[in-house]
Design a binder for this molecule. Structure first.
Ligand SMILES: [Fe+2]
Ligand SMILES: [Fe+2]
Ligand SMILES: [Fe+2]
Ligand SMILES: [Fe+2]
Length: 429
């Protein structure tokens, strides 16, 4: 039986307001937390942030005072939910910001992989697999940084053995002309209900990652750490543009409000079923009850103002919960098949298919002039430790990536250099 939030009874809005002490939850213990519990906390924080930012934008574009008040009533509860979720992450001395970053990229890997595997539309699946390989590479670059920053913890203490830490599409090659980040939109009418939920999930998660790096990236003192955050933050902007352009641009604000509340319901419902920490499970349960009420309020507004039925947007409900689980075998396959893809307008093509003089090469030559921090972090790790940091159960599925970087045998390296980009100095040895 699918779970249909429109048929459920939620927690009335007047009972949702919580006190400061209720919101100031006790953080999880970093030594004990399941890596995928951390992932769920990071995702739900991003989803609540998106709910809030969306609602603020709606408010700025809405002249109806009575509707603005309804939005504000719900928005205040979204803010409280965001606090209760994000305050589960321990303070700097217990889990520092680079360790949290490893959690963010583990989310990007295992969330995107699950969504791609459960995406019914072949084009959207390709969009997700394309982004997946890029975040997979970020995890490996940050893991090397974490090791260099030297507080003794390894990235695998954050990720567990669930996620490989090894090169994906090398970040140096992810930088593309802005026009090549725009994808084909779906339409709410024609799209599978799961496709809408999948795209909303990626937009929220990538936007939160972008914001986190934009704000945290200047906090380290070390110039290499600052440079690494800066370079990867620019890719997260590409990812937000890439995923958000999949959404239906013709939906009304009220339709989008209903879709947002429905999306929050789906993820709390999903995490409620898969959470292993009983205390955090209670938060997912409480927040699901709140979201069911938010959805009812948004659906009522859609009906009153536009005369539209929210049931048509939501369909029969959800069949499958989003599940954090291992995707190692799937990733090995996707890396082997797609590492050399790049984007041209809304299509994905092997880099060797780009014509000479394509705007990709001009962009690469400009931003990578003088080398790239994501390459430098690996070089520095090899200088200090004699090797790079990886965590993988079997050799890399791309032979050229089995060797330590830089990856001069990759077509990316050869084609990009042949087109005039300076990819930085070769490593010292
Ligand atoms: Fe919410
Ligand atoms: Fe990333
Ligand atoms: Fe990303
Ligand atoms: Fe909500």
């Amino acid at each position: 039986m699918p779970f249909n939030p429109l048929n459920e009874r939620g927690l009335p809005l007047e009972r949702q307001l919580r006190s400061w002490s209720e919101l100031n939850v006790e953080p999880y213990r970093t030594e004990e937390v399941h890596p995928y519990t951390r992932c769920r906390v990071i995702v739900m924080n991003g989803v609540e942030v998106e709910a809030i930012i969306f609602s603020h934008n709606f408010n700025r574009n809405c002249a109806d005072v009575e509707l603005k008040q309804r939005l504000q009533m719900v928005r205040r509860m979204e803010q409280q939910q965001q606090k209760a979720v994000n305050w589960l992450i321990p303070g700097e001395a217990k889990e520092n910001a680079i360790e949290v970053t490893i959690g963010y990229e583990q989310v990007a890997v295992d969330l995107t992989a699950w969504l791609a595997r459960h995406e019914p539309d072949p084009y959207l699946r390709q969009v997700y697999e394309f982004g997946l390989l890029e975040d997979f590479d970020h995890l490996y670059r940050y893991a090397n940084l974490m090791d260099l920053m030297g507080n003794g913890r390894k990235a695998e203490e954050i990720t567990g053995s669930y996620t490989d830490i090894t090169p994906g599409r090398p970040t140096i090659f992810e930088h593309r002309d802005p026009r090549d980040d725009i994808r084909r939109p779906m339409t709410v009418q024609a799209a599978h209900r799961q496709s809408i939920l999948n795209a909303q999930t990626l937009v929220s998660a990538e936007q939160q990652t972008m914001n986190y790096y934009m704000n945290f990236g200047n906090r380290p003192t070390d110039p290499l750490a600052r440079a690494l955050y800066l370079e990867i933050a620019e890719i997260e902007e590409q990812h937000v543009s890439h995923y958000e352009s999949c959404l239906d641009p013709t939906s009304s604000w009220l339709t989008n409000w209903v879709l947002h509340e429905n999306h929050e319901c789906w993820l709390y419902w999903s995490f409620l079923q898969t959470e292993v920490d009983p205390r955090i499970r209670q938060i997912w349960e409480l927040h699901l009850a709140m979201e069911i009420e938010h959805l009812r309020i948004a659906a009522e507004a859609l009906e009153q103002i536009e005369g539209k039925d929210a049931a048509e947007l939501i369909g029969a409900g959800y069949d499958a919960p989003m599940t954090f689980e291992e995707n190692k075998a799937y990733l090995k396959k996707v890396v082997a098949e797609q590492v050399e893809l790049t984007a041209w307008d809304s299509q994905f093509v092997p880099i060797s298919d780009l014509p000479q003089g394509h705007r990709y090469f001009a962009y690469q030559a400009k931003v990578n002039a003088g080398g790239s921090p994501t390459e430098e972090v690996i070089r520095r790790h090899r200088q200090e430790f004699g090797t790079e940091y990886r965590r993988e159960d079997a050799p890399h599925s791309v032979p050229a990536l089995q060797e330590e970087g830089p990856h001069e045998k990759l077509a990316y390296w050869q084609v990009t250099r042949a087109n005039g980009a300076n990819l930085g100095a070769s490593p010292a040895e």
